[in-house]
Design a protein around this ligand. Structure first.
Ligand SMILES: [Zn+2]
Length: 212
């Protein structure tokens, strides 16, 4: 999938408008080369000559493009989920009935409380009064747009700073999504635990830290 197709797949016009076909690089001021490599230990983006000069190990780097694209793909997928979950929620409420609805509402509110507490410290411009699905969509979209800005310039260093927030949002939203698909609310607790384990395992695999 090309970079543009990837952005388009989330169907978000604003994000799509930030996508550029040709990704650029910031230039190394010392060597006038593109900073194409991302060094994990120092979390710096470097040009190939920097590595030589600083005697850094190439094996401890990943391509900045690959790193950015992998994270961007995760944002696009997450935003897609945040966009369609409210629609699914309306359907499921009808389908599963009132007791399910109350149980789900309590779960959703608990996630929202946790998220608001955590993210408020980070100057997130979210309205406390927002309805939960609107709230989650806003925070994911804001981060996805920031990530797209970094992606356009292959700034893996800035992108990497977003990883913690991305992961926690994935954990929340994929748990909520699992609950939405489960008609039996009596197993919500177990389902959350299982889903979180799956998400954590998946994140460990996806996290480029572990693939180098
Ligand atoms: Zn350099």
């Amino acid at each position: 999938m090309s970079g543009l197709d990837m952005y388009a797949s989330c169907g978000d016009a604003e994000l799509m408008s930030k996508a550029t076909e040709n990704k650029e690089f910031t230039m190394c001021a010392d060597h006038n080369n593109p900073k194409e490599l991302f060094h994990f230990e120092t979390r710096m983006i470097l040009c190939s000559q920097c590595l030589v000069d600083k005697r850094m190990d190439r094996d401890l780097c990943v391509e900045a493009r690959k790193f950015c694209q992998a994270l961007m793909q995760r944002y696009v997928t997450l935003l897609d989920n945040a966009t369609y979950m409210p629609i699914e929620h309306v359907q499921k409420e009808k389908e599963y009935g009132i007791p399910w609805r109350s149980a789900f509402k309590a779960e959703l509110e608990a996630f929202t409380e946790t998220a608001k507490k955590r993210l408020l410290g980070e100057e997130m411009k979210v309205e406390l009064a927002d309805e939960p699905f609107v709230f989650f969509h806003k925070i994911v979209k804001k981060d996805a747009l920031d990530a797209a800005t970094f992606d356009a310039m292959s700034q893996a260093d800035f992108m990497c700073m977003m990883l913690d927030n991305l992961e926690i949002c994935e954990q929340w939203l994929y748990q909520i999504k699992a609950l939405l698909k489960e008609p039996d609310f009596h197993i919500f607790e177990d389902l959350k635990t299982q889903t979180l384990e799956q998400v954590l395992a998946e994140q460990l695999k996806m996290n480029p830290k572990c693939t180098i």
